[in-house]
Write a protein that binds this ligand. Structure first.
Ligand code: UDX
Ligand code: ADP
Length: 459
């Protein structure tokens, strides 16, 4: 068995893929991933991994059973490993002070206490989950609360992978960030972790910093990315009022090398477990330091995201003669982005709920996310159907709304779909991915984001 050992607590979207990559690239390390959820662990050990991520099955297969192990034995894991990554969930608090804004640190604190309880030797504890700035300080305080002589170094090593491209992002990261205390032990621990990544990441991409900068950088990176989406989405609203086309505007703006072309796709809004949560964390942090203007500035990024979703619904209502009651509407996609089955904070959840409020019947189609969709819309079974095949989903519908940018939706036979729908038939493309002109020529009335509508009605 390999003599160097790593433990990861939390076998989710971050912990699982990250540890699979480390195990693959560092064969001399024995990597164990533990979780309190036995079903999740069983799935990681099976042929049906608990998350869908392109390339992940192959990656896990290269090391599982060799130097990558999944287990529920948290206590044993802590005892046997001196390098411990923590990637447990830190959702937004739903109760008490900071509800709706601050991070709920209960899982994370529980983990810190478990590490303290079961440790018998010095440990390097690495925060992988996104956490509010200064969380490491709290972790240090908990870990050092006993006079047992065991030394703990707490490091921050935020994960920047995006879902759907996690394997590629882990293999070729833009950067790896490692923050630590600038004490002798802290710097040594920093180097130990840097050496792990240096197995495959060029040294110049391994950044080190003080621990607070590292924690803050993760929140700020996500806030900046989300801000670009909200910015272009505000412009999409203006485009719809003028005859400008948001895709043309993004292209022209993005060609400025100072701005760059990525993350300028107007859409129904961003989803995912990180953007909203991290911005609200940032907002809470700023308010707690009395920086109200700064907090207001970032809060607007989230408000614009909500506005964009509501605007989409109002657009559908307006186009469909101000009533959706009794109409069947197919949602193409439910995942928060393509190439994942994850639906956390997916705009499709809000859109589906709003359509149901308008008394529409919703037919949901998605190649990977139907299981999660069923859970997200539990209790609404009377109003929702789940149909994986998009052709069957659209049958008899009045409208299609594209929620997720799955590549399969670009190449559908829209003539065939049109033939099976109620007329007039509508497409609302919340991702601007389908060929609008071709769909219009087929007979559809086509509404997209930030572009003039293509309709067969007299103006
Ligand atoms: C994000 C960050 O990109 C990643 O670095 C961090 O580690 C976790 O949070 P993720 O949420 O997985 O990753 O996906 P991302 O690709 O960032 O997309 C987030 C949302 O923004 C999706 O709903 C996506 O559809 C939307 N989006 C993205 C747009 O609407 N327009 C764009 O131009 C880009
Ligand atoms: P992320 O997207 O940040 O990876 P996930 O929710 O996908 O978040 O994964 C977090 C994982 O952490 C879950 O599988 C959850 O069961 C696990 N977890 C939460 N608390 C603990 C704990 N105290 N010990 C071990 N695992 C935990």
């Amino acid at each position: 068995m390999a003599e160097k050992r790593i433990l990861c607590i939390g076998a989710g979207y971050v912990g699982g893929p990250t540890m699979a990559m480390i195990a693959c690239k560092c064969p001399e390390f024995c990597v164990t991933v533990v979780d309190i959820n036995p079903e999740r662990i069983a799935a990681w050990k099976s042929d049906h991994l608990p998350i869908y991520e392109p390339g992940l099955d192959e990656l896990v297969r290269t090391s599982r059973g060799r130097n990558l192990f999944f287990s529920t034995e948290i206590e044993k894991g802590i005892r046997e490993n001196d390098i411990i990554f923590v990637s447990v969930n830190t959702p937004t608090k739903s109760f008490g002070l900071g509800a709706g804004l601050a991070a709920d640190l209960q899982y994370w604190e529980k983990t810190a206490r478990q590490i303290l309880e079961f440790s018998q030797s010095p440990k390097i504890v690495i925060e992988k989950s996104t956490l509010p700035v200064k969380t490491a300080l709290a972790m240090e305080r908990i870990l050092n609360s006993r006079e047992n002589g065991i030394h703990f170094d707490v490091l921050s090593n935020p994960e920047f992978l995006a879902e759907g491209s996690a394997v590629g992002d882990l293999e070729l990261p833009d950067r790896v960030l490692i923050g630590s205390r600038e004490t002798r032990e802290g710097l040594q621990a920093r180097e130990t972790i840097a050496e792990i990544y240096a197995h495959w990441v060029p040294r110049e991409r391994i950044l080190t910093s003080n621990i607070w900068s590292s924690e803050l950088s993760k929140l700020v990176a996500n806030a900046f990315l989300a801000q670009r989406i909200s910015s272009i989405n505000t412009i999409s609203a203006l485009c719809e009022k003028t005859e400008a086309n948001v895709a043309e505007v993004s292209c022209a703006v993005g060609m400025d090398s100072r701005i760059g072309p990525k993350f300028l796709n107007a859409s129904i809004g961003f989803g995912g477990s990180c953007f909203k949560k991290d911005i609200l964390n940032l907002v809470y942090l700023c308010r707690s330091y009395g920086l109200n203007e700064v907090a207001d500035y970032w809060e607007m990024v989230v408000r614009i995201n909500d506005y964009q979703q509501e605007r989409f619904i109002q657009g559908m209502l307006g186009a469909m003669f101000n009533t959706l009651a009794g109409k069947k509407i197919a949602l193409f996609g439910f995942a928060f982005k393509a190439n994942t089955g994850d639906t956390r904070e997916s705009p499709a959840i809000t859109i589906a709920r709003r359509l149901i409020e308008e008394r529409a019947i919703v037919v949901i189609s998605d190649p990977q996310a139907l299981k999660n969709a069923r859970r997200d819309l539990a209790g609404l079974e009377e109003h929702v159907h789940y149909v994986e095949d998009p052709y069957a989903a659209a049958e008899g519908c009045h409208a299609i709304a594209v929620m997720t940018e799955w590549a399969i939706y670009k190449d559908l036979d829209f003539q065939k779909i049109y033939n099976g729908m109620e007329k007039p038939a509508f497409i609302f493309d919340g991702r601007n991915i389908i060929d609008h002109r071709a769909c219009f020529d087929t007979g559809f009335n086509v509404f997209s984001i930030g572009k003039p509508p293509l309709t067969h009605f007299e103006r």
